[in-house]
Design a protein around this ligand. Structure first.
Ligand code: SF4
Length: 442
């Protein structure tokens, strides 16, 4: 009996280091794991070398991300071989997708968990029953405390032919509108000023709820949450973008004029092959209408080049479209075949060097678009949220404008010593292709 308590006490004294890989939805999952463990008295530490237990929340999206996850697991396994680590736990998308193979190939890993496996991870480490009915309220933010992600749903009902996410995250499961508003309020109490709304497809939010709810209803409610300054919307799917969202953006007090809407391509042949649910005309009409109805709206997108069957004409159509729409922020990826996706049934016939050359051409175009747009901001005033001090330049801060999401968009370098999380009015003094230099307005 005594030994049982001794091992329980031993388990409870453990400290844990969490490594969060992949997308911001995984970040939220890692925050839920961290929050649950901390609320159970488990010490969370920053250094892997000093940890008793390491939890790696992996990514399994595309080749490079999978490779990174495997390398991080092997690094942690080395610590275990050296006797510096007691327990190695692996969770997240790579684990959900390849658990059987990984179990065989990585005996150093003590246990594999799947995505959103909060309860089992909690119970495994704390040996306590997981009671909390809504772990989100126990999130331990891994972001700077002035901004946080709000994951409004998990999983995806779409069937984009290049994407393995539904294989790892399952069908869409929206959280209740009331829960999300309550969580937004609790995040504000913890110092959050900027709320970043995320999902696999945010525009189908609530379609799986009974009765159905809709993104425009949720955003309207979040826009009433006192204490929030900025609300930012990500992962809008062009074929699910409701017209009801336009007045929400127009009349909003806190929703910033910024929209992340991945288009993936612009030729009808490619959009059809990618199973994106709309054609080139539909896409153009939507974006031109958004530009027309909300002139101050900045658009972020991402595109894939080198999808099976992409001809030079398809690619030229994409380039012309990017020239026409002039996206404010853009990410580009080369197609990588993912097994078990419908895309994997197609011949991956675009040579690797052609994929890279097409990606470079998109980047070159976007570089000049972004440079020209930034030049037009010189002398203009804008609001900037301060994220951190500049580690390279003393007396300079790094911030973001309302048109920049953390980690993926541009930065604003601000002269002076300013409190982290402050939102200040600044004047743009100079601009580069992907950064602005500004001074606080007197
Ligand atoms: S919307 Fe498409 S690309 Fe996005 S997660 Fe769903 S299936 Fe994948």
């Amino acid at each position: 009996m005594l030994s049982v308590f001794a091992s329980l006490r031993e388990k409870m004294k453990k400290n844990v280091h969490i490594i969060s890989l992949g997308c911001v939805k995984n970040t939220v999952d890692s925050e839920i794991i961290a929050g649950g463990l901390e609320s159970a008295g488990i010490e969370l530490i920053d250094e892997a070398e000093d940890a008793d237990t390491i939890i790696i929340n992996t990514c399994g999206f595309i080749g490079d991300a999978k490779q990174e996850s495997v390398e991080v697991i092997l690094e942690a396994a080395e610590l275990k071989k050296k006797g510096k680590l007691e327990e190695l736990l692996v969770a997240g998308c790579l684990s959900a997708r390849y658990r059987d193979e990984l179990t065989k190939e990585m005996p150093e890993v003590d246990k594999f968990f799947v995505t959103e496996d909060f309860k089992r991870i909690f119970e495994h480490i704390t040996t306590k029953p997981h009671l909390a009915d809504d772990p989100d309220h126990k999130r331990k933010l891994l972001t700077p405390r002035h901004y946080a992600y709000l994951k409004i749903s998990e999983g995806c009902d779409n069937v984009c032919s290049f994407c393995a996410i539904p294989l790892m995250r399952g069908k869409q499961r929206s959280r209740s509108l009331e829960d999300l508003v309550e969580e937004a309020r609790s995040l504000v109490k913890r110092g959050v000023r900027e709320l970043i709304v995320i999902a696999q497809d945010s525009t189908t939010y609530g379609w799986d709820l009974r009765p159905k709810r809709y993104l425009h209803e949720l955003l309207t409610e979040l826009d009433q949450v006192d204490g929030l300054d900025w609300i930012r919307l990500h992962y809008a799917h062009p074929s699910h973008f409701s017209r009801k969202l336009i007045p929400v953006f127009k009349n909003a007090r806190r929703i910033v004029p910024y929209l992340d809407i991945p288009v993936q391509h612009a030729s009808t042949a490619m959009l059809t092959a990618m199973k994106r649910g709309l054609d080139a005309d539909g896409l153009r009409r939507l974006l031109l209408n958004l530009r027309n109805e909300i002139p101050e709206l900045k658009l972020r997108t991402s595109v894939i080049v080198g999808f099976p069957g992409e001809t030079q004409d398809d690619f030229d159509t994409l380039l012309n479209f990017l020239e026409e729409i002039q996206f404010d922020r853009l990410g580009v990826f080369t197609y990588s075949e993912e097994e078990d996706t419908s895309g994997a049934e197609l011949e991956d016939d675009v040579p690797p060097d052609v994929k890279v050359s097409r990606m470079d051409q998109v980047m070159d175009l976007q570089h000049s678009i972004s440079f020209n747009k930034n030049q037009e901001l010189i002398g203009k005033e804008l609001d900037v949220i301060i994220d951190s001090t500049d580690p390279d330049v003393a007396g300079q801060m790094i911030g973001r404008s309302i048109w920049d999401a953390p980690e993926i968009d541009q930065v604003v370098y601000i002269s002076g010593e300013i409190e982290q999380g402050a939102i200040i009015r600044a004047v743009v003094d100079d601009a580069g292709p992907y950064e602005l230099y500004a001074s606080p307005k007197n």
